[in-house]
Design a protein around this ligand. Sequence first.
Ligand code: SF4
Ligand code: SF4
Length: 341
Amino acid sequence: MIDVAGNSNEVLQIVEPGQPAEQDDFTTFATRVADHGQVLNRLCLDTLQINVGKLCNQACHHCHVDASPIRTEIMTKETVDHLLEFLSQSKVQAVDLTGGAPELNPHFRYFVERIRQMGIKVMVRCNLTVIFEPGMEDLPAFYKRHDIELVCSLPCYLEDNVDEQRGRGVYQKSIDALRTLNAIGYGQENSGLFLHLVYNPVGTSLPPGQEELEADYKRELKARFGIVFNSLYTITNMPIKRFGDFLKRRGLYQHYMNTLVQNFNVQTLNGVMCRSLVSIDWEGNIYDCDFNQMLEMHTFDQPMKVWDLIPEELIGDKIRVGNHCFGCTAGAGSSCGGELV
Ligand code: SF4
Ligand code: SF4
């Protein structure tokens, strides 16, 4: 056991590599927030982040959704229609579609078209390789037609690192996909078609500085392949689900949690994504964020469908937190839009 410098009531259990570490033994995130005189509540509802299902054409090591080609949880059209009704009554400015690979949901295109008809911005978390799946040939043109903002995973500009985390051959396919998207205007200056890339560490470190890494990515991808993009988002790996299991198997869970806790940065609290969005699962249930969704930590004491609520009711609510939240507040912070401070 060690004391964390500057915080006498913080006690962390260090587990030797190879030893199991099933229990968290940290001063809680909630206590840490309260110690700084802060209350974590929702300030506004700008964005609805919607997970349309866990089906994915990949099965990456770090995936906090446990998505894969064999998952069967998928949003139905009935749920899509309920969500469209909710959106029509809300002041939500952006819908962030995630999965799995959201494009593999059979109602994806219907959903996007209706959201765009309401004048709401659509962002899609695209894994790049999905555009080469059968039946997805016209996906890039669909993205462009509906002015979809693409947020695409590319955890490194080097082939070995990408393939290690996301599977053999994923790097080359990702490069081919980026070229295809560039060719129709995505990521090109003044095209208005936004293409952002997402970096997450391959191992157990925190992400490096976003600005410097973005410059590295831009230089390397341009030089090697002529690829351009708008922004790079650096995201910290969350110690839950597949990545959490990986850490425990390797005896690194406590070590990683220590890193997150020791790098707690109070300045990130204003920007954590739960302040301005809610997360919806494939059945329409509401959560404070995508990570809480994966941990089945519902916003309210019992599961609630978002369409059973009035949008304004969600503003001001206290957010349900757990020790995984240290993943959002370590270092420069981490959100679905990258660094926070
Ligand atoms: S990280 Fe993304 S691409 Fe990889 S398995 Fe999960 S949802 Fe699919
Ligand atoms: S994990 Fe979710 S609830 Fe916790 S700080 Fe991050 S966004 Fe907020």
